[in-house]
Design a protein around this ligand. Structure first.
Ligand SMILES: [Ca+2]
Ligand SMILES: [Ca+2]
Length: 128
């Protein structure tokens, strides 16, 4: 009986360990990393990233462009992002974390889609 308990403990420990490992891997796989300011996705922040941001703002296609990395202040891509990257490249004081790695957890599930609202008391949408 004592051998059976020991065997059961070992088997349960192995099962729990495997579950934990797969759970950790699942979380790790849903993360993406990028370097803030590395808009052209070449792994370093250089003047080429400034040019890439400026080209995208001028509606010129840039291969491998990472808008999240180029949007330094998180308010959408604009000329201030190019300006901030340029200041970083020129070694001005950086308070925005340019050159640092940003890790973003991607959502693991899709948002639920709802059917059309059928609330009889809902007011109609009236545009301005
Ligand atoms: Ca770059
Ligand atoms: Ca921005």
């Amino acid at each position: 009986m004592k051998i059976f308990k020991g065997f059961t403990t070992v088997i349960l420990s192995l099962i729990i360990s495997v579950c934990v490992i797969f759970a950790v891997r699942a979380v790790a796989d849903n993360k993406t990393e990028y370097i803030l300011g590395d808009a052209n996705s070449d792994g370093v922040v250089t003047i080429s990233d400034v040019t890439a941001v400026q080209m995208v703002l001028a509606d010129i296609s840039v291969p491998e462009f990472n808008e999240k990395a180029g949007d330094i202040d998180g308010n959408g891509l604009d000329i201030n992002d190019a300006h901030n990257i340029q200041r970083y490249v020129a070694m001005y004081e950086d308070l925005l974390g340019i050159g640092g790695t940003v890790t973003v957890a991607e959502p693991t599930t899709q948002k639920p889609t709802y059917a059309y609202k059928t609330d009889p008391y809902e007011l109609p949408f009236i545009p301005d």
